[in-house]
Ligand binder design. Structure first.
Ligand SMILES: NC(=O)C1=CN([C@@H]2O[C@H](COP(=O)(O)OP(=O)(O)OC[C@H]3O[C@@H](n4cnc5c(N)ncnc54)[C@H](OP(=O)(O)O)[C@@H]3O)[C@@H](O)[C@H]2O)C=CC1
Ligand SMILES: O=C(O)CCC(=O)C(=O)O
Ligand SMILES: [Mg+2]
Length: 748
């Protein structure tokens, strides 16, 4: 039996999952003649939850652990995975998903807020393994190469998105800590040889407890540890709340509570209790009794006080109103529904929220639904300066001009849970005063910090092999595009000092004489890059994991309006390919619109781009010439798709996600019909193209008639498969043509 080349297409959540119902059948049909088996793997939040509780489920409800399987696959040379954005669940999202699954008949346990018994501890541990950013770090066995393809950039130049004007007297600014934060307290070193380390806490009475048992570190690995002082954080937050009030700007907090699933919800919780301090102080006992968890956002308090007797509830609500009246205005997530920036930790996620604000004249929305200047609170000062620099730049130079601005591709260090984004299992909220130590196998203390009760201590790692691979990728991209590359590293920050030594060392392995390479701190790298971008010049940003995340939303959103249009390649270190779609998320508001009025405005351009490079990778690796032709023609189809503006519109009764997939199929079939490298594909797709073209009006009418009404998918986290399939494939005519593409040549 011949081997069937395989592409794994992930099934995720929300809008991208809905889009998959429509797009995957098209992909399967078009690739079948090249004997490519496109296999779907469900790694949605719902599937991940069900996979960890098999003993609670009946046999027909059980789901395999697809994510672990894919994690293993990512280490194999034959990996070819297309990864769509997925929910990185905050606790409120996790609980909502659990509730929905229980209502659908899955007898999974509740999420234990407090775990006391061994059984509860086990359940909590399992849930924590799917909480937050639990997918990407498992699959990312390589570093990242994200950029706007030429066609996307040209499209934005010719069809600029709206950009809110900036005024030099804008009051918007970034507020960040000046001392005692993660940046200030960081200590770092490079290991000369492999060892095991454990993390322990010794209190002031001399009692030692192990925070994390011994785990291995490799030679050449950089480790760093740091601590954010609770006292300093609380003082900073109080000061910023006061300052926002005095200066009449919105108070907004920008965190990454999903990726930084241990530290950032704690910081978020401190902002909630500081802002609503009188409520938490006066009603402490009641709120404790109700089990209010401030780390889950102010929304947790609001929902839990509904269970109180009316008089008590009204008393608390009056005190909440007093906080709103006496404090600064809060930035709103949804002014109509009264949802503030502090309601849910996953509503405002820094990588998307800061660029959205910068694109909107540096403003966010107040309770009246009006735009207002904003104080963007980013407590830790490690990366806040990049936004400060961008905001200052806009105040001086006005908004960026998408018709002329240059582009900023990113080469990001992320393989093997690099840096902060791999620190969850080594992050602790310290209970008591004392010292935290990282101790090696010989008993030697590698790093130590004095800590106080409530401080957040964390350790990060980055291995040498990923660093070497990252530098290689940076040189490759700089060489391929003849573009200056800037390593965003700060020679005054402990971790970066270690990394700079490696950059210097490994860069010397390459002939860089014709390349322009700089090492600049994030603040100066931003200014350097922005000066160039304004002149229409391109600059590669070569960054660590957090800046990879931040910059691949910041620049795309400014340059092309959204990060959904990014090409996002992860060359896996063992030779496989992981192709992420876009750089953005799963946009929950798109689903809300779809169920309300049957219009899905999700743009699958990121999926088209990812599929193209996935087919190219497969074609090259497995010498499958048909796959290469599919890639070339899909590229042409995507260009035409952009030229003819067939991306989904935002409004009901206009072209939506499904209609955009029809056009992609039409243009792909056309390009396959027009090529002459492969006669089989030409003959087959000439017929398909003719049929699609002849039925165009009918298909568009069928697709359009499906819009306007409410759609019941009988589930948000786990929609009913049949209903979703029906809703996303409403054109019988289109479905028939797709089904007519012969699939028998593929072994399933
Ligand atoms: N790679 C991954 O798996 C990622 C997952 N996430 C997850 O996504 C969720 C939402 O995150 P959030 O930070 O709000 O960011 P999103 O990137 O989902 O959303 C920001 C905004 O960008 C626009 N947008 C993003 N993608 C598309 C698309 N394909 N088509 C059209 N518009 C798009 C939408 O704005 P508008 O409609 O106004 O144009 C959207 O509201 C969270 O659960 C988060 O954990 C987030 C980032 C990456
Ligand atoms: O995994 C996540 O939670 C988000 C990932 C993300 O934002 C990114 O990689 O750009
Ligand atoms: Mg991101």
């Amino acid at each position: 039996m011949s081997i069937v080349p395989k592409i794994v297409y992930t099934k995720t959540d929300e809008a991208p999952a809905l889009a998959t119902y429509s797009f995957l059948p098209i992909i399967k049909a078009f690739t079948a003649p090249a004997k490519i088996n496109v296999e779907s793997k469900d790694i949605s939040l719902a599937a991940r939850i069900l996979a960890i509780f098999p003993e609670y489920l009946s046999n027909d409800q059980k789901i395999p652990d697809n994510l672990s399987e894919l994690g293993e696959l990512a280490k194999n040379p034959e990996a070819n995975i297309i990864k769509l954005p997925n929910i990185s669940a905050s606790v409120p999202q996790l609980k909502a998903a659990i509730k929905e699954l229980q209502e659908q008949g899955f007898k999974i346990p509740n999420y234990p807020e407090e775990a006391n018994t061994p059984e509860e501890k086990d359940i909590q541990k399992r849930y924590n393994s799917v909480k937050g950013s639990a997918v990407n770090p498992v699959l990312r066995e390589g570093n990242s190469d994200r950029r706007a393809p030429k066609a996307v950039k040209n499209f934005a130049r010719n069809n600029p998105h709206s950009m809110g004007a900036w005024s030099s007297d804008s009051l918007t600014h970034v507020a960040t800590m000046s001392e005692n934060d993660f940046r200030a307290n960081e200590k770092s070193l490079t290991l000369s040889e492999a060892t095991n380390v454990k993390i322990e806490f010794t209190d002031n009475e001399g009692n030692t407890s192990v925070l994390k048992d011994s785990f291995p570190l490799l030679a050449g690995e950089i480790i760093d540890a740091s601590v954010m002082s609770k006292k300093a954080l609380l003082a900073f937050l109080s000061e910023q709340i006061k300052d926002a009030k005095e200066n009449n700007v919105l108070f907004s907090l920008h965190m990454k509570a999903t990726m930084m699933k241990v530290s950032d919800p704690i910081i978020f919780g401190h902002a909630v209790t500081t802002f609503f301090k009188p409520v938490f102080e006066k009603h402490q006992a009641v709120l404790e009794e109700l089990g209010v968890e401030e780390n889950n956002g102010f929304g947790d308090l609001i929902s839990k006080i509904q269970a109180l007797p009316e008089a008590k509830r009204i008393e608390i609500e009056d005190d909440i109103d007093a906080c709103y009246n006496n404090g600064p205005a809060l930035a709103m997530v949804n002014s109509d529904k009264g949802i503030t920036n502090l309601h849910v930790p996953s509503d405002v996620i820094i990588d998307a929220s800061m660029p959205a604000m910068i694109r909107t004249s540096g403003q966010m929305w107040n309770a009246k639904g009006e735009q207002q200047d904003t104080k963007a609170v980013i407590p830790d000062s490690s990366y806040a300066p990049i936004y400060e620099a961008t905001i200052n730049f806009c105040k001086q130079n006005g908004a960026f001009d998408p018709t002329t601005m240059g582009t900023v591709p990113n080469v990001g260090l992320m393989a093997q849970k690099a840096e902060e984004y791999g620190s969850h299992d080594k992050t602790f909220e310290i209970k008591g005063n004392g010292v935290v130590r990282v101790v090696d196998a010989s008993g030697k203390t590698l790093i130590e910090h004095n800590v106080e009760d409530g401080d957040i201590w964390r350790m990060c790692q980055v291995k040498d092999a990923p660093i070497q691979d990252w530098i290689k990728l940076a040189v490759k991209r700089a060489t391929a595009t003849n573009t200056p590359a800037v390593f965003w590293l700060d020679e005054t920050r402990a971790h970066d000092i270690e990394l700079i030594k490696k950059v210097d060392k490994y860069l010397s392995n390459y002939d860089t004489s014709l390349l322009e390479i700089h090492i600049l701190s994030p603040y100066y790298a931003t200014l350097f890059t922005l000066d160039r971008i304004k002149e229409g010049l391109d600059t590669i940003s070569v960054t660590g994991n957090v800046l990879r995340d931040f910059l691949t939303d910041l620049f795309p959103i400014l340059e092309v309006g959204t990060s959904a249009k990014m090409l996002s390649i992860v060359p896996l270190m063992n030779g496989g390919g992981l192709f992420e779609t876009g750089a953005g998320g799963s946009a929950p508001k798109h689903v809300q619109q779809f169920v309300k009025e049957g219009h899905l405005r999700w743009d699958s351009l990121g999926e088209f781009l990812a599929l193209t490079v996935s087919l190219e990778h497969l074609g090259e690796n497995l010498k499958n010439s048909k796959a290469l032709i599919l890639a070339e023609t899909l590229d042409l189809a995507t260009d035409k798709f952009l030229e003819n503006k067939k991306s989904p519109s935002r409004k009901v009764y206009e072209l939506d996600n499904r209609g955009s997939h029809f056009y992609l199929a039409l243009y792909w079939a056309e390009a396959l019909a027009n090529q002459s490298k492969d006669a089989d594909l030409k003959n087959l797709f000439t017929k398909i193209y003719k049929e699609l073209f002849a039925s165009k009006s009918k298909i568009l009418l069928e697709l359009n008639s499906a819009q306007g009404d409410e759609i019941d998918l009988k589930g948000y986290y786990l929609p009913n498969d049949e209903l979703a399939n029906k809703a996303m494939r409403p054109s019988e005519t289109f479905n028939k043509i797709i089904a007519s593409i012969p699939a028998e040549s593929v072994l399933m």
